[in-house]
Design a protein around this ligand. Structure first.
Ligand code: C5J
Length: 200
């Protein structure tokens, strides 16, 4: 969910008072991982959290928790908040999908919920996932946990994920890798890139 509303200074995350520089540190390492993955011909899937303009795919509970003016569908600094097609909903230019790459629009936090992610993976018999993006403690963590229940091996790259809260970032990574990998594994981009290089 490398979306403008989460990462850009003019986006909704910043509007709420969050320090978006905490998220922006993921951009350069993700660019390196993306380049390596594309070079190997790996399946690259981008995700975006967001809803239909009429909010028919948004559970009322996801709206009720926020104050008016900061709710999904309200007018934010980069268009209606988390609404598909709005400027802030788009993926940041720095890691923009290439033509032909899969982009999954998801109404939930976990990327399997109400999407065709599982079908996209099954079509290529993929069982191992590398997870990057924002935010560690919300959508990335939810996706790794859902992937584990569905029988995937997911590993998350610590420098390619970030949260507005460094404490929750660390806690989420610790939870994922606890007990020998209760939900998945944690690595980093340097280790991944070194491993890829060693393959020759
Ligand atoms: C949040 C996300 N943080 N993509 N969404 O609400 O992690």
């Amino acid at each position: 969910d490398m979306q403008k509303d989460f990462l850009y200074p003019g986006g909704f995350g910043a509007f709420l008072g969050n320090d978006v520089t905490l998220l922006q540190r993921t951009i350069v390492p993700i660019q390196a991982v993306l380049a390596a993955a594309r070079g190997l011909g790996m399946l690259v899937i981008h995700t975006r959290e967001g809803h239909l303009p009429d909010l028919s795919d948004c559970p009322p509970t996801k709206l009720e928790r926020w104050s008016p003016g900061t709710r999904i569908g309200d007018n934010g600094p980069m268009g209606r908040i988390l609404i598909r097609g709005e400027e802030g909903h788009g993926i940041i230019d720095e890691v923009a999908p290439l033509p032909g790459e899969t982009v999954i629009d998801k109404p939930g936090k976990n990327a399997f919920y109400a999407t065709n992610l599982a079908e996209s993976l099954e079509a290529k018999a993929i069982k191992n996932l590398i997870v990057t993006g924002v935010t560690t403690d919300v959508c990335c963590s939810a996706t790794v946990i859902a992937a584990n229940d569905r029988g995937y091996n997911a590993f998350i790259l610590s420098d390619c994920v970030a949260s507005y809260s460094p404490e929750r970032h660390a806690a989420s990574l610790n939870t994922i890798k606890a007990q020998g990998g209760i939900f998945g594994w944690v690595s980093d981009s340097q280790s991944l890139l070194a491993g890829i290089k060693a393959l020759g």
